[in-house]
Design a protein. Structure first.
Length: 56
């Protein structure tokens, strides 16, 4: 049987893990955004075409 002190311990540990996971997810989101921005800004896009219109 779990005593209230043990239950409180497990709840506290769970909440600490939840807080750490939320912080890690926010950090991962920021890092992923930065990496994607760098990737797309530095990539060679050779498929760009310049469209010109000729006048009659």
């Amino acid at each position: 049987m779990l005593f209230p002190s043990k239950i409180g311990f497990f709840v506290t540990r769970h909440l600490e893990y939840v807080r750490c996971n939320i912080a890690a997810m926010k950090t991962n989101h920021i890092l992923l955004s930065i990496l994607l921005t760098i990737f797309f800004s530095c990539s060679d896009n050779s498929s760009e075409e310049v469209v010109t219109f000729e006048r009659d």
